[in-house]
Design a protein around this ligand. Structure first.
Ligand code: MF3
Ligand code: CO
Ligand code: CO
Length: 268
C-alpha cells in the first residue's frame, strides 16, 4: 500500500467536494441554538447535501472493519464527547460546545471538515479550549509543504496543546482522503520534527486534532461509535482537508463562512 498522488483532475474534483463540505457547515451555523436536537441538525444537513448539493453524506452506513454501520449523516460531539458522536434526541443547551463533522462525496471524491460551535454563552474554559484547538489545527496546516515531514505537523500541534495545559488524543488521527474516505497516510497529531513520511505535492489528507482539557484517555460508548474523555473533561476538534503543494498547502474545505488562519501564525 502506498500514498496516492492526486492528478490535476482529481484535485479539481476534491476542491469541489471540499467547498461543498464547508458549505454544509456554513448552512447549519444559524440552526446551532439551544433547544434543537442533534437529530434535527443531522436531518437538516442530510437534506441539504442530498437535495440541494446533490452530494452524498459519506458517514451514512459507513462501516470500517470492526464497526457497525454508522447510522447518521454527520457526527455531532457535545462537551466531553471527543468525536463520532451519533446524533439523537439530546437537545443543545446554553453553555454546550459541539463539534459538527461533515464528510460529503461529490463525483466520487470526498471532502471532510469539522468545526466547533458555541451554544449561547459558554464558559471561559470552553472558549479557550476551542481557540487553542483551532490554533493547533493551523499550526499543523502551516507546516505542510513538499519536503516537510508528517512528524513536523504532529509536533507543532502537540507542543501548542501541551504548552496550553491540554492533552492530545492518540487513538484517532487525520488521514489520507480521495476516492476513499480514509486512506494512507495516518496523520498523527503528536510526534517529533523530521520523523515520519516526507510530504510530496499532490498528497491530500486531513488534519483534525482532538484536544482534551484534562487527560488524553478516551473510551467508547455502548453505541460502538461515540468517543468520550475518560475523565469527562471537555474536548474540542477542528478539521480541514489539505492538499500538499510544492511551496506549501491549499486548504480544500473552505467557503464563504470558514474561519481564516489566525494572524499570529506564519504563512508556512
Ligand atoms: N469524519 C470523521 C473523520 O474525520 C469520520 C467519521 S466516521 C463516521 O474522519 F462513520 F463516524 F462517520
Ligand atoms: Co477526517
Ligand atoms: Co471528519
Amino acid at each position: 500500500m502506498s500514498i496516492s498522488l492526486k492528478t490535476p483532475d482529481e484535485i479539481a474534483a476534491m476542491r469541489v467536494a471540499g467547498q461543498l463540505t464547508a458549505e454544509v457547515l456554513d448552512y447549519i451555523t444559524p440552526y446551532v441554538q439551544a433547544g434543537i436536537t442533534t437529530d434535527e441538525i443531522d436531518r437538516l444537513c442530510h437534506d441539504y447535501m442530498v437535495n440541494v448539493q446533490q452530494s452524498i453524506p459519506a458517514p451514512l452506513n459507513y462501516a470500517p472493519p470492526g464497526y457497525q454501520p454508522y447510522p447518521k449523516s454527520i457526527c455531532s460531539s457535545i462537551n466531553h464527547q471527543v468525536c463520532h458522536g451519533v446524533p439523537g434526541e439530546r437537545q443543545l443547551r446554553n453553555g454546550d460546545i459541539v463539534n459538527l463533522d461533515v464528510t460529503v462525496i461529490k463525483n466520487g471524491y470526498h471532502g471532510d471538515s469539522s468545526r466547533m460551535y458555541h451554544v449561547g454563552e459558554t464558559s471561559l474554559q470552553a472558549k479557550r479550549l476551542c481557540e487553542v484547538t483551532f490554533e493547533c489545527l493551523w499550526l499543523g496546516i502551516t507546516r505542510v509543504r513538499a519536503g516537510a515531514h508528517l512528524g513536523d505537523v504532529g509536533h507543532a500541534i502537540q507542543r501548542h496543546a501541551e504548552q496550553s495545559g491540554y492533552s492530545v488524543v492518540r487513538e484517532f488521527c487525520g488521514h489520507g482522503i480521495g476516492a476513499k474516505f480514509h486512506e494512507e497516510p495516518q496523520v498523527l497529531h503528536y510526534g517529533r520534527p523530521h520523523t515520519g513520511i516526507r510530504l510530496e505535492a499532490g498528497m491530500v489528507f486531513t488534519i483534525e486534532p482532538m484536544i482534551n482539557a484534562g487527560k488524553a484517555a478516551i473510551k467508547t460508548m455502548a453505541d460502538g461509535w461515540t468517543i468520550v474523555t475518560k475523565d469527562h473533561s471537555l474536548s474540542a476538534q477542528w478539521e480541514h482537508t489539505i492538499l500538499v503543494t510544492e511551496t506549501g498547502y491549499e486548504v480544500l474545505t473552505t467557503s464563504a463562512g470558514s474561519r481564516q488562519k489566525p494572524d499570529w501564525i506564519g504563512a508556512t
